[in-house]
Write a protein that binds this ligand. Structure first.
Ligand code: DGJ
Length: 760
């Protein structure tokens, strides 16, 4: 709900458990009053703006303008006119002078939410949310800033975005347009950011804020492996279940800045948006600029509740409608098994074996087009390599379909190899700076999709390929970051638009593909998980989480990813051991249970499985199909973190009606003389009774005795349907949550157990 109190001149945005309050100061400035746990009666709340207080020499500085500008909790800050903290908006006037000051003009409140022009955004219908638009103006520049806020009625999420309009008669240049600025009193906050590298994406980093700034950012033209457009700012000591948390996430896939700043007056400013470096956006009179959307989630019950709100919001309102709660196919991808060395015959052998194992789909990865036998050629030539695939995609997809499998392919439309027909014909189509040789990365250059002729030529080729076979799935990859971002077409004053225009072009192409091929399931990927962000999720309901398929490394990656992204979005496969990226050997069932926290599939040579693994695959798939509806649509609880304790990891998914839950426990390291682990479950109905059963996946105790009396396979064979293995007992939800249960000690490292808790 959103209301405006004319007496106090405050806007109140409320969700089920949170309030966000904005005040108009002196009828001119827009100040931030409050964001946090829900308020009811707002009497007196305006005084929180502290506009009558003076932190300086009292007799001299009271309401002196610069002092005011640098202390007032701003709703949206501007650079150059006295607010020395992080600016949301930076503008150059026709004389090239930097400075902007925004004054309140008007507002509207409406049910529902409009999509952003050219950018992905969280959806909202008239019955589920309300939108406030506040128009601010700079009368000197002739500029208008429209701040949009949407408050959801059934979840504690608020989205924000900013649209800038040149309403004057002179040309302006925007040097920064962040999407959200959030000013609060500093409460000794800690902050979580997600950092990484190739193969080590989204590791949770938690630190104190303190004076100065803490930031996460990307200048790579994409989100990147290294940082995420995500912040969780929280009171000290916040846990999964307690503490105040402000989560912020940007719906964008290019250069970004996410920053928390603490100033001399112990105030905190969190800011998020497109990175201002190398951003310059000229606005002619009448033109507008739309900044991406920032999602805010507040939780007063720790990180877990914040996580579940993000998951619900993204599943219900961001993922493509068609796929948001639909079962995804169990696929086998040939990449780790064959790299680019395959033919139709090899792939059909894969498909034959996969069909016997109960796999739903074969995905042919990189290497099917042009002269692509290794990674230094072929990108840009999106026509079939007939030597490898005689009869093309049509024949291959038909043969795969005959075996009862769906068929999917890999593409990388944003790139061009210098050794390609496309590059030989159009060397100027790659990004380049005048006089410089563009930097190669994995032997490839980035196509300038901001140019219509480039966009249309690439799209035409991809369209033709996807139209020739029966293709059910597309993995859209992007294997290098951007650099040398410039072209020889736009004039000097407009080169600063290109990085953002590139992201818009990628979105446009994804949107068009979705519309032209509405039945295809798209999975995004960028050298693993370098473009795992809400922007991409609005086009593809799943993203390849990391090229690191090692199950133990995946514990860290999936824990970090799941802090704001739903489990159903995390591409996760079982691969061979010793693992290609780490050399580690982990039991086959542990690999499967870890992959079951995501989309689930296989990335190995199904033709050469051991007898034991071959028997395990159908059982794993059956277990996946049982567990996955709860993984995909239920509530996620992080119970224990191997990152914190060094010995075990544990998470739980609970069906929305709390009648069924699955808890996965991974013992990463065994210890001599170790105790059994006490696990306190979460999210159950305290009054319900739950029958608890467990598949110990062949683990043994320290005397060599199997922990299993029955495994999932036994239950399936005898198909009573109840339980997934050894029966542990029946317990009240309250007992399981308050007193917990003991997970037995298993001998050896990397053992995983799956518990089922079913209401009786
Ligand atoms: C990077 C991806 O993450 C891999 O899964 C694979 O598709 C390769 N690219 C292919 O080049």
């Amino acid at each position: 709900m959103i209301t405006y109190d004319e007496n106090q001149k405050v806007f109140h945005l409320s969700t089920p458990a949170t309030s966000y309050v904005i005040g108009i100061v002196d009828g001119v400035y827009l100040g931030h009053v409050y964001y946090g746990k829900k308020l009811e009666d707002l009497t007196g709340v305006y005084s929180l703006l502290r506009t009558e207080e003076n932190p300086f020499t009292p007799s001299v500085n009271l309401r002196e303008k610069v002092r005011f500008m640098e202390t007032v909790p701003a709703e949206y800050s501007c650079g150059g006119t006295g607010d020395y903290r992080e600016a949301g908006l930076g503008v150059l006037n026709a004389q090239g002078q930097y400075g902007c000051e925004l004054h309140y003009k008007s507002y509207t409140i409406r049910p529902g939410k409009q999509a952003l022009c050219g950018l992905p955004s969280v959806r909202g219908c008239e019955s589920c949310c309300d939108t406030l638009e506040i128009v601010l103006e700079d009368p000197v520049l002739g500029l208008e800033a429209v701040l949009s806020y949407t408050a959801y009625r059934d979840m504690d999420a608020i989205t924000r975005s900013v649209r800038i309009k040149n309403a004057g008669s002179d040309k302006l240049v925007l040097t920064r347009v962040l999407s959200a600025v959030l000013d609060q009193d500093q409460e000794d906050y800690e902050v979580i950011t997600l950092h990484g590298s190739w193969g080590r994406e989204r590791r949770i980093q938690r630190r104190k804020t303190g004076y100065g700034s803490v930031s996460a950012e990307s200048l790579r033209g994409e989100t990147g492996h290294q940082d995420q457009p995500f912040l969780a700012v929280m009171t000290p000591g916040t846990t999964q279940t307690s503490g105040s948390v402000y989560g912020m996430n940007l719906v964008y896939s290019g250069n970004f800045l996410a920053k928390v700043q603490t100033d001399q007056y112990d105030k905190m400013r969190a800011a998020m948006g497109i990175h201002p470096e190398n951003f310059r956006w000229p606005l002619e009179p009448g033109e507008e600029f739309q900044a991406p959307e920032c999602v805010l989630v507040y939780s007063d019950e720790g990180l877990g509740k914040m996580t579940r709100t993000f998951h619900d919001l993204y599943r219900d309102h961001l993922l493509p409608e068609k796929w948001k709660d639909r079962e995804r196919p169990v696929l086998v991808n040939n990449w780790e098994a064959t790299m680019m060395d395959f033919t139709t015959d090899v792939l059909l052998e894969f498909a034959q074996e996969a069909a016997k194992l109960g796999i739903d789909m074969l995905v042919m990865d990189d290497g099917w087009f042009g002269q692509r036998d290794n990674d230094d050629c072929g990108l840009g030539d999106w026509y079939i390599n007939e030597k490898k695939l005689p009869g093309g995609l049509k024949r291959l997809s038909e043969e795969v379909n005959k075996l009862g499998l769906k068929f999917g392919i890999w593409i990388e439309p944003e790139m061009i190899s210098e050794d390609s027909d496309l590059y030989r014909a159009h060397p100027d189509w790659a990004f380049q700076l005048k006089g410089r040789t563009p930097g190669n990365w994995r032997h490839q250059l980035v196509l300038d999709l901001t140019r219509d002729e480039v966009f249309e030529a690439v799209y035409g080729q991809i369209y033709a390929s996807l139209s020739t076979g029966n293709i059910a799935y597309v993995k859209w990859d992007m294997n290098r970051p951007l650099c040398d971002v410039g072209n020889l077409v736009l004039p000097a004053g407009r080169q600063g638009e290109i990085a953002h225009r590139y992201v818009l072009a990628v979105y446009r192409m994804q949107q068009r593909l979705m519309e032209d091929f509405p039945d295809i399931l798209f999975e995004n990927c960028s050298s693993g998980g370098a473009r795992f962000d809400p922007g991409m999720l609005s086009f593809s309901p799943q993203i390849w989480t990391s090229d690191d398929t090692d199950a133990i490394e995946r514990l860290y990656i999936q824990e970090g990813t799941a802090i704001c992204y739903p489990l159903s979005t995390m591409g996760a496969h079982v691969s061979v051991c010793p693992n290609m990226q780490t050399g580690r050997t982990v039991p086959f069932d542990t690999r499967a249970l870890v992959a079951m926290a995501g989309t689930f599939g296989y990335e190995l040579d199904v033709r050469h499985l051991s007898e034991e693994d071959r028997k395990a695959v159908p059982r794993q798939i059956a277990l996946f199909r049982k567990v996955n509806p709860v993984v995909r649509t239920g509530d996620y609880y992080r119970i224990a973190s191997n990152r914190e304790n060094g010995y075990f990891d544990c998470w739980e998914v609970v069906k929305k009606d709390r009648s069924l839950a699955y808890m996965t426990f991974v013992q990463t390291l065994s210890q001599p003389n170790m105790p059994s682990r006490r696990i306190r479950l979460q999210g159950l109905d305290p009054d319900k009774m739950y029958a608890v059963s467990c598949d110990f996946c062949g683990a043994r105790d320290f005397d060599g005795r199997a922990l299993d009396e029955r495994s999932f396979a036994d239950c399936e064979e005898n198909s009573g349907g109840a339980g997934i293995g050894t029966e542990i007992g029946t317990f009240q939800g309250r007992t399981l949550m308050n007193a917990g249960m003991l997970v037995p000690r298993a001998a050896g490292d990397y053992r995983a157990f799956l518990y089922e808790l079913r209401e009786v």
